[in-house]
Design a protein around this ligand. Structure first.
Ligand SMILES: Cc1cc2nc3c(=O)[nH]c(=O)nc-3n(C[C@H](O)[C@H](O)[C@H](O)COP(=O)(O)OP(=O)(O)OC[C@H]3O[C@@H](n4cnc5c(N)ncnc54)[C@H](O)[C@@H]3O)c2cc1C
Length: 663
């Protein structure tokens, strides 16, 4: 697109002449990231400080110039390609760690801080930042937040989204705001995490830091098959052992790593597991015995225990360099990122190997065994056009396998443009429409990282919607009736918190089935009207637990939507809901990780019935009683600006729960 000399001059005034580049080498240098996608921008803006972001976005907005925030560009999804041209905003100079507060356990950082640099600063203070993408020494905290990156420790500690306490944010029109946690309405930080620069820019982040764990045991275990390796992790979970890490790799990866950077990996076994236990000495010693027993029961060939920090770091250097090692085999490495329910991993991996063999593609397999998240790393030469096409097609087929196994096209790398079309295979039209509505509410001009995440013309391509359960279909009809009559209604669960007399009520009371307690994946699925007490009893009968207190008088959906248990959100991994227009959305499932699309769990969490009626939730359960989530009193929250905007888009007639104080 053409950017006028006047606008370029205004940008130079804002940023300094030396920070505005339109020369061809600069444009080419910023046209790509770690994927195969390319998109040439028209101008590169090197941001010298965070204060200039809002005025720059206001200027771009005024002139309708699209922009792409760009940090270290290590993403594999094509998220940084400037598909409509416009401006690329280079954030890497915003790299100051502003504060580390060990007493209050947080650090305040600019978005361009390299994640590993924060770790280095924290270590001597006796602290660490839990998310640990393998790219931590090259990627940034802002990029991690925007892709909702996660890493080896995700199984136990969670991904980036749950480690951000506050986000300073600039919307695409240049408006600034600060989001904090715990949230008093929807979990906005959770919604913005993983939004891939399409909803605005994080200008400052406050992240949680944790005291270094006193005792860590690192094991390297070899197995005769990947299936044995995966079963070991499943069996450990069933014994109540939450591993700190459960990183697995196939033989080709182990061999390639050993050739590239000898790390002590045996090269003869079909599968290698790098697993860690952490906690107090007593806990670790106790779990170690179980660990050894379960590995042996699953045919472990060799169990090595690292005794020194040096040995431990050596083992980890191999895992962290898995990608670099593969990159030595050919000019290009295509890294896939599919996630399936953990129980589906063996089936999915079998099919993945068939696809790779059929196409005679050389690929190593790396996976986060506890999360059901795997990364085929296919090596090839992009200059051989046919090879590149075969690889892209194989990746497409692999991700289709994930979808067919109830999984997602992205566990942690995001969608960008590379997986945009596949979103229509994963989601039905109503769910894609909700993603699109969120984007429109926040970025009506479509300037922020355009053409990413949401497939084009999705209405024609989207997967067919599954039929609604009868009780849900009845509620959908009622909503359509209210729509026609323009009758506002009160959305509620058992009305134990809202305690409203206002009629009519739209209640989830009749949605009272516990659908599934899954002791392989450690998830439960229940309809929203199930009383929490009933749910807890049903779980206890199977010797499993959730993090809600049995004494609560309300429903599951009410606990989730009321904002009374904000930390319950992080246990919820799947949601279904009826929207104010009568449409039905389905997002997530038995998936520990899902980085495909905006996080609809966090949009509807704490939304107090204003954005939709939650009908069903899937959440994590545990073999040992977890700490119960802290309870907050129920308060009808006033709309903040973002809530109001999204409300106006999703419910323009203001039919759902509009009676509330104004901000
Ligand atoms: C060797 C290697 C290993 C990897 N391992 C992992 C892994 O273990 N786990 C994992 O999750 N990923 C991994 N990745 C992928 C990648 O590192 C992550 O996606 C990372 O979070 C990207 O960070 P970045 O700073 O490079 O962001 P970029 O690639 O520059 O940007 C990513 C996206 O975020 C947006 N963005 C960047 N900064 C901001 C901001 N401040 N505000 C708003 N939007 C912004 C961009 O527009 C873009 O859409 C790996 C990549 C490589 C090359």
């Amino acid at each position: 697109m053409h950017i006028s000399p006047t606008v370029l001059q205004q940008l130079q005034t804002l940023l300094g002449y030396e920070n505005v580049h339109t020369d061809v080498p600069s444009l080419l240098a910023y046209a790509y990231d770690c994927s195969l996608s390319r998109g040439r921008p028209d101008v590169i803006l090197h941001l010298p400080d965070t204060a200039c972001i809002a005025p720059v976005l206001r200027l771009l907005h005024e002139h309708e110039i699209p922009f792409v925030p760009r940090a270290a560009a290590t993403n594999h999804a094509g998220s940084c390609a400037a598909l409509k041209g416009g401006a690329v905003l280079n954030l890497t100079r915003l790299n100051h760690i502003l504060r580390i507060n060990t007493q209050e356990r947080h650090a305040v950082v600019e978005p361009g801080v390299i994640t590993g640099q924060l770790q280095q600063q924290l270590r001597p203070l006796g602290f660490f930042y839990a998310p640990d993408p393998a790219s931590e020494n090259i990627s940034t905290l802002g990029g991690n937040f925007s892709q909702n990156a996660s890493g080896a420790r995700c199984m136990k500690y969670g991904g980036t989204l749950d480690h951000v306490l506050q986000a300073n944010w600039v919307f695409p029109n240049g408006e600034e705001t600060i989001f904090t946690r715990p949230a008093t309405g929807p979990d906005w930080i959770g919604l913005l995490a993983g939004s891939e620069g399409t909803l605005g820019i994080a200008t400052k982040l406050t992240v949680k830091i944790l005291p270094l764990v006193q005792h860590i045991r690192t094991f390297l275990v070899t197995f005769p098959s990947l299936e044995d390796c995966i079963q070991t992790v499943t069996d450990l979970t069933a014994e109540g052992i939450l591993l700190r890490t459960a990183e697995a790799m196939d033989q080709l990866t182990a061999q390639t790593v050993e050739n590239f950077m000898p790390s002590g990996y045996p090269t003869q076994a079909a599968a290698v597991l790098l697993a860690e236990l952490d906690g107090s000495l007593k806990e670790v010693q106790k779990d170690e015995k179980t660990f050894q027993r379960i590995c042996q029961a699953n045919h472990a060939l060799q169990i090595q225990n690292s005794h020194t920090e040096e040995q431990r770091q050596r083992l980890w250097s191999g895992r962290r360099n898995g990608y670099s090692a593969m990159a030595h085999l050919a000019p290009n490495v295509m890294v896939g990122d599919g996630t399936v329910p953990r129980s589906q991993l063996p089936t999915a991996l079998k099919k993945v190997r068939q696809i790779l063999a059929t196409d005679s593609l050389k690929a190593g397999l790396l996976f986060h065994a506890g999360d059901g998240n795997f990364h085929p790393q296919i090596v090839f030469d992009e200059r051989q056009v046919l090879d590149a096409k075969r690889v892209s097609e194989a990746v497409r087929q692999i991700l289709q396998v994930c979808i067919d196994c109830g999984g997602t096209v992205s566990g942690e790398h995001g969608v960008g443009v590379e997986k945009r079309n596949l979103m229509a295979h994963q989601y039905d039209a109503s769910t894609l429409h909700l993603f699109s509505a969120v984007k429109k509410a926040i970025d009506p001009k479509g300037l922020a990282n355009p053409l990413k995440i949401i497939p084009l013309q999705y209405a024609e391509k989207a997967r067919a919607a599954e039929p609604l359960p009868p009780a849900v279909a009845k509620l959908a009809e009622t909503i359509l009736h209210y729509q026609e009559q323009k009758t506002p209604c009160m959305v509620c669960g058992l009305n134990s918190r809202l305690k409203t007399n206002t009629q009519p009520l739209l209640s989830s009371r009749d949605l009272n089935t516990i659908c599934d307690i899954d002791l392989t994946n450690y998830t439960a699925t229940a309809e929203a009207g199930v009383p929490i007490a009933t749910l807890c009893k049903a779980l206890a009968k199977k010797n499993v637990f959730c993090s809600l207190p049995q004494q609560d008088k309300g429903s599951l959906g009410g606990a989730f939507a009321s904002a009374c248990y904000p930390s319950f959100y992080k246990h919820v991994i799947g949601i279904e809901a009826l929207m104010p227009d009568g449409s039905y959305i389905r997002y997530g499932g038995k998936l520990t990780k899902n980085a495909a699309g905006y996080n609809l769990v966090r949009l509807l969490a704490g939304s107090q019935g204003t954005l939709g009626l939650v009908t069903r939730l899937t959440f994590k359960i545990y073999a040992q009683k977890p700490a119960e989530c802290e309870k907050k009193p129920f308060v009808l929250q006033p709309f903040d600006t973002l809530w109001q905007r999204i409300k106006n888009t999703l419910d323009p007639e203001h039919l759902f729960n509009t009676q509330r104080p104004l901000c």
